[in-house]
Every structure is written in C-alpha cells, then in structure tokens.
Design a binder for this molecule. Sequence first.
Ligand code: ZN
Length: 150
Amino acid sequence: MNDLDELYQQVILDHNKNPKNFGILEDFNFHAKGHNPLCGDQITVYLKIKDDIIEDVTFAGNGCAISKASGSIMTTLIKGKSLDNAKKLFGEFHDIVTSDPESEVDFEGLGKLAVFAGVREFPARVKCASLSWHTLKQALENSEETAITE
Ligand code: ZN
C-alpha cells in the first residue's frame, strides 16, 4: 500500500467515526431512500433546496464504514452548491468509481473525490461508496422509489 492509499483510507475512517451532516434534517423539502442489498447499507438523504441551491443536506441510516464515509463526504461536497454543480459532481464521482482500476488518476484535479479512486478495485465496495450518490440523485429527481445499487 502506498502513502496515498493510506492517506485516503484514513480519510474514510475519520468520516466513518465522525460523519458530517449525519441525522434527519428538520426542514427538508426533498428526500429519498437508498438500499444496497449486497452489503445491507440503508440510507436516507434529506435536502433543503431553494432557488436551485442546496442550502442544506443531511443523511441518516445504517451501513458499513465506506457507505457512511461516502455519505459524509458527499454531503460535505454538495452543501451550498447549485443543482447543476451537484449533478456535475455526481457525474465525476460516477466516472471515477467505474473507471479502469489500472488507469491513472488525476488526484489533484479530483480534489476530495479522489478518496473514492481507491475503491475502484473492489466492485462490492463501489456499491457501498455509490449508495449515497445514487440516493442523492433520486432525491434531486424527487423520486418516491428507493435507490437500489446493482
Ligand atoms: Zn456497505
């Protein structure tokens, strides 16, 4: 394991231990549920959106360290952002975790999303990391359906 992998593992452990934006948002106006049957992760994402800006976002639920850390990082990244910006981040996240594990990663350009590059090699973990993002997408579309990773 190289230093970079270790660094990002530490980030995931920290977010799992002290998740940011964890809990039910009181005055949310969008929300959706997500479920990852493979691992058993359950998550709900709550959003307060006003004038196309994500004013507040939280997540709640039960899951493994990666799903929880992912929810924590995801909410941190999209809070205060425009809807277009959040959708762009979702796209960037999706591109990273579905890219060839052998391909080079532009860690600088990715910023905080770079943390997720390490999970590319573990398809089952990709679902854990993706759950919060897929649930976010579902919430933005105001869908009643549960987001299922598959
Ligand atoms: Zn999981």
